[in-house]
Design a protein around this ligand. Structure first.
Ligand SMILES: O=C(O)[C@H](O)[C@@H](O)[C@H](O)[C@H](O)COP(=O)(O)O
Length: 264
């Protein structure tokens, strides 16, 4: 079984009037965690998604954060990546590079992009091997209780169907519980070929921000934040860190079907 533990209570969620307020809060949240992990262990491992998340990180590359964050201590990963060349318009690396990474002095050797010369199978194996090497050099920690890598911060988006990373509703990959990184060749969201972290890795993170905006995602937010027990939860409802902290960052449109929707 995958780690589809059913929640007994709602995870923490914060509702913002709009995406502008959300992006300010997300920048402060990320900068505070960067400061904490750099102080505690001299490094900060951050996992990015594709999609609209990258735009919502824009305040990090503006003052005060652009100058105060210790970018040299960052190590950047992707929770999922499309199996395309790194300069292809569908590439999550390209999206993040153009909108974020090119604007801050993170050492290029700390940015762990997919090997874009490989097949989906090969790229997933290669990415997992890269993570295992980073465990040896102690850039990455391992979760003490399950042996999966423990990232400091995972920044997730969510699709209107409730998918996270490239883990889609009803797809067998949501139950993968051995691999750290796996692949999909028939993603319902184009492009079809992708690699993705698995749920045991996602749920071993120290902190997870689930960042969701827009009325087209309101039904999935309502479903994922509900506490009704179901045998077939949405992937977004399976984000449930075993020894970490999950915070949903929502705008009013995405939160419109929730009962308690007091916004900041
Ligand atoms: O490669 C991808 O497709 C993304 O990593 C994906 O998992 C994304 O986070 C969601 O689909 C939400 O995307 P939007 O925020 O653009 O809706």
């Amino acid at each position: 079984m995958a780690e589809a533990s059913i929640r007994s209570e709602k995870p923490k969620h914060i509702i913002f009037k709009g995406e502008e307020e959300l992006s300010k809060s997300l920048a402060k949240y990320t900068a505070d965690l960067s400061e904490k992990f750099v102080r505690e262990r001299g490094a900060f491992t951050v996992v990015l998604s594709g999609g609209s998340l990258i735009k919502s990180l824009r305040k990090l590359v503006e003052p005060p954060y652009v100058d105060s964050i210790e970018w040299a201590r960052w190590h950047v990963f992707w929770v999922d990546e499309r199996v395309v060349k790194k300069d292809h318009p569908d590439s999550n690396y390209k999206l993040a590079f153009d909108g974020f990474l090119s604007k801050v002095p993170i050492p290029p050797g700390h940015v762990y992009a997919i090997n874009d010369a490989l097949s989906p199978e090969g790229a997933a194996d290669d990415y997992e091997a890269c993570l295992r090497q980073l465990v040896k050099t102690e850039v990455l920690k391992l979760s003490k209780d399950n042996g999966f890598p423990k990232f400091d911060l995972m920044l997730l988006g969510m699709g209107p169907d409730g998918h996270v990373a490239s883990l889609f509703p009803g797809h067998p990959l949501v139950k993968e519980n051995q691999r750290w990184v796996t692949f999909i060749k028939e993603s319902p969201k184009p492009p079809p070929q992708r690699i993705t972290f698995t749920f045991p890795v996602i749920n071993s993170s120290s902190y997870i921000a689930q960042v969701v905006c827009g009325s087209n995602k309101a039904a999935a937010v309502h479903n994922a934040l509900g506490t009704e027990k179901t045998s077939d939860p949405l992937p977004a409802a399976m984000v449930n860190p075993r020894d970490g902290e999950l915070t949903w960052f929502l705008d009013e449109a995405a939160a419109s079907l929730l009962q308690d929707k007091a916004s900041l």
